[in-house]
Structures are given as C-alpha cells and as structure tokens.
Design a protein around this ligand. Structure first.
Ligand SMILES: *Cc1c(COP(=O)(O)O)cnc(C)c1O
Length: 360
C-alpha cells in the first residue's frame, strides 16, 4: 500500500490528542477521572448555547446554511465589521487547512515557531508545504528571528497568541514592529484561540492589521465558550481574501447545531465572565501550589500552564493517569521534561496538585 500513498503523507507525524476520559476509564478501570489535557472549559457548555442546541434539534434533517448567514452577521455586529469579513470553519483547525490551501503554492513555504500549536506543521505536511520552524526564545515567539527566516518563497507566518503550549504572548509593541517592515506578499495568521483569557494591557489589537491586508485572525468557540465538541471557529479576514477562502472550504463544513450554538454563545456574557473568573482564580491557586512545591512553570496568559518538572514528563503523565488525572505530556512539542495542565474547576485543581505532589 505504501507505494500508493502520496510521498509527503509518509512523513506526516500524526496529531496526538489529549487522552479522552472514556478511554482512560476503559483502559484503567477507573471511575473518577478528571481531564486537564486539552484546554477545554471546566465549567461546561455555555447555557445559552445549550438551550439553542435543544431548540434546533428538530431541524437536523435539513442541510446547514452553507453561507452561515446569521452567525456571520452576528459576528459582524460583535466586531463592528462586515459579514464578508468572516469565514467559518469546522474548528479553527479546519481554517488552518483552508488558509494553506488557498494561499500557499507548491514551491512556497510557511514560517512558524518550533514549540507551538502542532497543527500548523501537521496540516502543512499533509498538504505538502514546506515549513520553516524557528526556536522560541525564553519560551516566547522570537519575532526577530522569524522575520530573518522569512525568505522570497514565504507566503504565510503562523503566530499563536497566546502560544500553546507555553502560554506566553507576543506584545502589541513586538507585533507592531514585526508587521511594520514585513516583506510584501507575506500573510500573517494570528491565532487567538485563548484571547478571552487575556488579563494584560499590552496584548495586541490585531484587528487593526486587517486594513493593511496583512493578517488573518483566527478565533474559536472551543475554549472560552465551551463548545470544543461542536467544532466551530472563524477567521477574520479582508473580504477579498475571504471570498477565495470560501472557494476552498467544503460547502457544509459547519453544521447547523454549531452555527446556532455559536450565535447564542456570543450573547452569553455571564458564562464568559464566570469562565474568566474561574480560570484566573484557578491559575493563581496552581501558581501558589507550584511555588510551594518548588516546581518551575511559565506564567500563562491562557487557561493552561506549562510546568517544568526537570524529569521525564511522559513518565509523570503516566503515573498521574493511574490516579485518574489526565494532563498532557509535551514530548510531541519537543519539551520532554514538561507537562501542560489545563485550569480546571476548584476541585479539579486541588486534585491535580494533590496527585502531582504524590507522584513526585
Ligand atoms: C485549541 C486551539 C485551537 C482551536 O482549535 P479548534 O479547532 O477551534 O478547536 C486553535 N489554535 C490553538 C493555538 C489552540 O490551542
């Protein structure tokens, strides 16, 4: 069979997802399991979204609105832009795929950081596009080095802001500098999956780069809105670029329940507020606990923390699993001695700290 497969597929390093709760139950025969491995919302689903889901069940015999009319208009009002500035995706993961297929020719390349969201590299390699990766500097995107890595064949730069898995962010000054003298013809994809958790003043207002036709901004309903299982995200982009991306995506890529839930979720200010509060408080608690244990970590702008265990992270991950706590080992990111933990509920955070202490 190997001879029949496209050559670049043979080189693809598949994505390893956070271990599901159900699978852990099956394999280890455990009952009480907590998952802090995929940066999901610990408070569950936005209640307004849940209500919209129930209301729309009876329409499932119909195809979804291929144009996403209502959601795009809702987003346009939310951001004070136009509906034509939005492209919807089956999670922002799918939009990464759509963007690469729309813009990057066979012989062009993509630049991103080394320890960043794995999907940039995986999707590029599936499509067959060359990726240049630039090491982080003190665990942060090194935009100067990224700019030096950009060459005549570079079409896209991916910046996860805040970065997953480090939780570090690029400041507005750094991004302004970077965008200012970037060569013409390079598009910068700014992936803001965690923007709802930002609690600093110098985070970039990335929408301003839209006018300059240089940026595509990615957002998702998977994290702060608690809709990871529904698969819905969106790109904010110049209307001309959007029209080309619309040619590339599948006509029914975003299902009708996801569209209805997303519209309702955008109105759920109360849920967003509670989520932010839980994440900020949970983060402070875990920082405190790690400080007490003398364990190093990176202060995070997102809803997860990268922890430096100074020993094999995969082994600690496995040990913690036996106590019913699923975290993420960082081998695939090239961070062997680290684990990443998602902020959970108060109870989950306490259990995480207790089990980590026991395992270490
Ligand atoms: C979680 C995450 C996403 C979101 O992916 P979806 O496909 O929308 O669920 C995108 N980018 C980064 C950096 C992430 O961590």
């Amino acid at each position: 069979m190997k001879e029949l497969v496209r050559k670049n597929i043979l080189k693809v390093n598949p994505y390893v997802a956070g271990k599901p709760i159900e699978e852990t139950k099956r394999e280890l025969g455990l009952k009480e399991i907590i998952k802090l491995a995929s940066n999901e919302n610990p408070l569950g689903v936005s209640p307004r979204a849940a209500k919209a889901l129930r209301k729309n069940l009876s329409e499932l015999n119909r195809y979804p609105d291929s144009q996403g009319f209502h959601l795009k208009n809702k987003l346009a009002r939310y951001f004070n832009l136009k509906a034509v500035n939005f492209v919807l995706g089956n999670g922002s993961d799918e939009l990464i795929d759509t963007i690469i297929k729309t813009f990057v020719e066979d012989d062009e390349n993509i630049v991103t950081a080394e320890a960043t969201f794995l999907e940039y590299k995986i999707i590029s390699s599936v499509i067959g596009r060359h990726v240049i990766t630039v090491p982080l500097k003190y665990f942060r995107y090194d935009l100067d080095s990224i700019k030096r890595a950009v060459n005549k064949k570079t079409k896209l730069v991916f910046i996860a802001n805040p970065n997953n898995p480090t939780g570090t962010y690029v400041t507005s000054y750094e991004l302004d500098d970077f965008m200012a003298d970037l060569p013409k013809g390079v598009l910068v994809v700014i992936d803001e999956a965690y923007d709802a958790f930002i609690d600093v003043d110098d985070f970039p207002r990335s929408l301003k780069y839209l006018n300059e036709n240089k940026a595509i901004i990615l957002k998702t309903f998977s994290k702060a809105y608690g809709l990871a299982g529904l698969r819905i995200g969106y790109a904010i982009v110049d209307s001309d670029a959007a029209s080309y991306m619309e040619r590339v995506r599948q006509p029914f890529n975003v299902n009708s329940l996801a569209q209805a839930a997303a519209i309702a979720a955008l109105d759920d200010k109360d849920f967003l507020k509670k989520t932010r509060k839980a994440v900020l408080e949970g983060k402070a608690y875990i920082y405190d606990s790690l400080n007490g244990l003398g364990i190093a970590y990176l202060p995070s702008a997102a809803n997860f923390i990268l922890i430096d265990l100074a020993r094999d992270g995969a082994a600690v991950f496995k040990e913690m699993l036996k106590y019913g706590v699923i975290v993420r080992d960082m081998k695939q990111y090239g961070l062997k001695n680290f684990i990443r933990v998602t902020i959970g509920t108060k109870k989950e955070n306490e259990r995480f700290v207790k089990v980590l202490k026991k395992v270490l």
